[in-house]
Design a protein around this ligand. Structure first.
Ligand code: PAF
Length: 304
């Protein structure tokens, strides 16, 4: 095993600086892959994207209490440290940073937090109040502590920093909010979105899929089916008829639809036009969320 496990902020800085110093020229690029562990092949794809593009890669594994509204949800979130370490090692990651809560939030919960703003209250935020404030707070912190003091190369010819952070496109709202935070607050990091990984039957990979029974998993396939239906109509410039796609989801046994929305891919503002009866034009993103048995699932697909 060549990956190094570190659990303190000080060790993270020291080990990443040493690895960068050992790269040709003594300076290089660093990729950060923030995760909450319970890693699956979707995370392996994130890690592989970071490994392919950077000299040194750090993956963080930290179940962030700030982004859980429900204590039971936090308690039952899967913790699989040994398996996570093995997966990251196989993907070529150099450092797994797995701090304790006390190490991350010195003296307890932070009093000052990042506020996600209006977008943080829509879609996932509507049913999980405070979730995105908690997620952005820990991402802000990880982006700071993951940035080495020494050894980073100069920005590339296009001015992009040698420090990059990788997020899955499956969490489209989180990715949009992280991009917005980094732009609004001038974080010196390049945010890279990595496409969603799906099982052969179309189900988007998620750490929560393990809680689905075989029947619930079968029902959950309706989410990606409905998204593909919309994508097919968009590609053919047909009316999207979102209402019928929503009905398809509602008709699946045990599936409770929360939302199915067609939104602007950058701002995630709802697209009011071209979503029902008139021919679809332009680009959009279809977002879906539903509860299936004990699990809340989200998915999305670009349209057009
Ligand atoms: O997407 C996740 O796994 C988490 O929200 C993140 C970005 C690691 C922050 O805790």
């Amino acid at each position: 095993m060549s990956i190094t496990l570190v659990t303190t902020l000080a060790d993270l800085k020291a080990v990443s600086a040493a690895l960068l110093a050992a790269t040709p020229g003594g300076a290089g690029t660093l990729g950060l892959v923030p995760t909450m562990g319970a890693l699956h092949s979707g995370h392996a794809t994130l890690a592989a994207a970071a490994v392919a593009a950077n000299d040194v890669v750090v993956a963080s594994v930290f179940v962030n209490p700030l982004q859980f509204g429900d204590a039971n949800d936090l308690a039952r979130y899967p913790r699989t440290t040994e398996a996570d370490l093995a997966l990251l090692d196989a993907a070529g990651v150099d450092i797994m940073f797995a701090p304790s809560v006390a190490e991350m939030y010195l003296g307890g919960e932070p009093a000052v937090r990042v506020t996600a703003g209006p977008l943080g209250n829509l879609y996932e935020g509507a049913s999980r109040p405070g979730h995105f404030d908690g997620a952005l707070t820990v991402v802000a912190k990880l982006l700071h502590v993951g940035r080495p003091e020494t050894g980073l190369a100069a920005p590339d010819a296009a001015g992009r920093p040698a420090y990059r952070a990788y997020f899955g496109q499956k969490d489209a709202q989180q990715l949009a909010l992280v991009r917005r935070m980094v732009a609004d607050l001038n974080f010196p990091v390049d945010i890279v979105g990595v496409p969603t990984v799906r099982d052969d039957d179309g189900l988007a990979l998620s750490s929560r899929n393990r809680f689905l029974s075989a029947e619930q998993r079968e029902s959950a396939l309706v989410l990606s089916r409905a998204l593909r239906l919309l994508a097919g109509r968009a590609a053919a410039h047909e009316p999207l008829d979102v209402a019928s796609a929503a009905e398809l989801i509602r008709s699946a046994p045990g599936v409770e639809l929360d939302y199915l929305e067609v939104v602007d891919p950058q701002t995630l503002a709802v697209r009011a036009e071209n979503c029902q009866d008139t021919p679809f034009t332009g680009e959009a993103l279809a977002l879906v969320a539903a509860t299936v048995g004990p699990v809340r699932l989200i998915d999305n697909l670009p349209l057009g």
